[in-house]
Design a protein around this ligand. Structure first.
Ligand SMILES: [Mg+2]
Length: 186
């Protein structure tokens, strides 16, 4: 549509008195119709973020002090991405309307900030204003949820739940292959 759009605008600019801006608006609306993309939600810990790897060699005394790994302040911005996660997110962003849907521990207020910082550090503009932190993932409307846990409403998500880390979706390559086939993406 974009290519034809340029030709149409040039035609009207040269051969008619119709305002080109008006034509641009029509093309923009048409493109939006054609390009309306399915919504995909992607979890953070265990899907984009290597939570387990980060705590593999972490100070046990510090964990004990706060009661659980997820409750240690200041850690969520320091974790590394899971293998293949960043390129997978980029691929998803080309083909879908992608949002990050994560749960930040209520008992660890710094996690809410740290997750936002992680998203900016590793995904920058690709995920700008696309971070959703919720304890009720089932309330979000969308087509796919890629998550490693059934908690926080994931199992009641109304779209297709892609259980990351399960036998069927052991890694990002298997998730992408599934979506390619399901959505007929070359
Ligand atoms: Mg998770």
């Amino acid at each position: 549509m974009g290519g034809y759009g340029v030709i149409i605008v040039l035609y009207f600019e040269i051969f008619s008195n119709v305002n080109a801006k008006f034509i641009y608006q029509i093309i923009f609306l048409c493109n939006n119709q054609v390009m309306s993309r399915k919504i995909v939600y992607v979890d953070m810990d265990g899907v984009l973020v290597d939570f387990k790897g980060f705590f593999a060699n972490f100070d046990k005394n510090k964990i004990n002090k706060f009661g659980a790994p997820a409750l240690v302040p200041g850690v969520f911005s320091k974790m590394m991405p899971i293998k293949g996660a960043l390129s997978a997110y980029k691929w998803l962003s080309i083909h879908f309307d992608v949002y990050i849907l994560s749960t930040a521990p209520w008992g660890n207020p710094s996690a809410w900030l740290d997750k936002r910082l992680w998203v900016e550090k590793y995904l920058a503009d690709l995920a700008r204003k696309k971070l959703i932190l919720s304890h009720r993932k089932d309330l979000l409307i969308g087509d796919y949820l890629i998550d490693d846990r059934l908690a926080h409403g994931s199992q009641n998500f109304q779209g297709k739940f892609i259980h990351f880390g399960s036998d069927k979706f052991a890694n990002w390559a298997s998730v992408i292959n599934y979506l390619k086939e399901k959505e007929n993406i070359k």
